[in-house]
Design a protein around this ligand. Structure first.
Ligand SMILES: *Cc1c(COP(=O)(O)O)cnc(C)c1O
Length: 373
């Protein structure tokens, strides 16, 4: 007998209404003719690419962006219609697949074009990436941009559908590097004999707090579509409140009382000095609950309790204020009664950024989608 039922109680709850709300709010905030490119790379920052993409499109996004060829093919399999842009590098061997599936690729070198046109004889839409200061991918000089544009135009089957760049410091208060990138982008744009269909530069931070002219034809909406601010600085400047879409829940699977001098977990690293109830929850570092999170609070019965001892591969332990029953709900990320534990709090605990927290929750944790309550 096969079943899709989830037996293990650990699950990520994805609130698709929150995704829609965050897209609708952006739509109200940006210039009326600016398109929204919903960034659903890395399985929609760990939220689930196809479901998030559908919600974003319903709320007014007009295009999707992913990081890799594989991600594009996965989204395309479920969504035959929307434009999908691969933001990262695609090998030339993917060009023919992209053309067949109407997937738009990012390109930054004339050599790529000359090589790809040998294997791909069909119409293929391309966005030119220009490097204005991120120094990751993109054409670096005006000469290169000219020859890349020429190579695409003379290929016959390839089309310059867009041109874009990416900002390194849009989420910071100091604008000097940002402004340098804006100026370089403007210089690059002047070189093109004809404006491509879509010029885009804005990530979430740029779309939310920078000059509206930098929205150009489209903005690439990532982190705040998921209800998270790109940085503390942007958080203090948000033009609308965000609704987080990601919660992480499980249940107690074991409870015991241990006495003074007893320790918890590998290495016996957490020792109690009084009788203490210890609860076990079935989530560990193989689920993305990395060992750095030891000591982080979770919620039970609306109260904060800490993860104690080392986090195991598949389980971890929490210190309980009372003898709760097996099956009692435990919220790791999200709200319970009047308490809330945010992704930002988890990020601070691990010394990282909020982007990383849902991304690293592994596929062993099922994503359960909820909408309309
Ligand atoms: C990931 C990514 C984005 C989205 O960034 P957010 O800060 O999440 O809005 C936009 N553009 C590019 C090129 C990216 O790689």
């Amino acid at each position: 007998m096969r079943t899709n039922k989830h037996f293990r109680p650990t699950k990520a709850i994805i609130d698709l209404d929150a995704i829609k709300y965050n897209v609708l709010q952006l739509k109200k905030h940006i210039q009326p003719n600016v398109q929204i490119i919903a960034v659903v790379k890395a399985n929609a920052y760990g939220h689930g690419d196809v479901e998030v993409a559908k919600a974003a499109l319903e709320a007014g996004a007009s295009m999707l962006a992913v990081a890799t060829p594989e991600e594009a093919l996965h989204v395309r399999k479920h969504l035959p219609d929307p434009d999908i842009l691969v933001l990262g590098y695609s090998p030339t061997s993917f060009a023919e697949y992209a053309a067949n599936e109407n997937i738009t690729l990012t390109v930054d070198s004339p050599n790529w074009v000359n090589e790809a046109k040998n294997s791909c004889k069909k119409t293929l839409k391309l966005h030119i990436k220009v490097d204005t200061g991120m120094h990751r991918i993109g054409v670096a000089t005006e000469e290169e941009l000219r020859s890349l544009y020429e190579a695409i135009q003379s290929s016959g089957q390839f089309v310059v559908d867009g041109i874009f760049t990416h900002f390194a410091t849009a989420d910071e208060e100091d604008e000097s590097y940002f402004q340098k990138q804006v100026n370089r982008f403007e210089q690059f744009l002047k070189i093109l004999p004809k404006k491509p269909r879509i010029v885009h530069a804005a990530n979430t931070a740029t779309a939310l707090i920078k000059d509206a002219r930098l929205q150009y034809d489209a903005v690439r909406y990532g982190i705040s579509m998921y209800g998270l601010a790109p940085s503390e600085y942007v958080k203090s400047k948000l033009p609308y409140p965000l609704k987080p879409a990601f919660s992480l829940e499980t249940e107690l699977v074991a409870v015991r009382q241990i006495g003074p001098g007893e320790s918890v977990g590998y290495g016996a690293s957490y020792t109690v000095d009084r009788p203490t109830f210890i609860g076990t929850i079935p989530i560990g570092y193989a689920d993305g609950l990395i060992r750095k999170y030891s000591g982080q609070d979770v919620l039970i019965d609306g109260k904060r309790v800490p993860i104690v001892g080392r986090i195991c591969m598949d389980q971890c332990m929490i210190a309980l204020p009372a003898a709760y029953n097996i099956g009692e709900k435990v919220v790791l990320i999200g709200k319970q009664k009047n308490e809330e534990i945010t992704i930002d709090e988890w990020a601070a605990k691990a010394g990282t950024i909020n982007y990383e927290v849902p991304c690293i929750i592994t596929s062993r944790v099922p994503r359960i989608y909820c909408k309309k309550g």
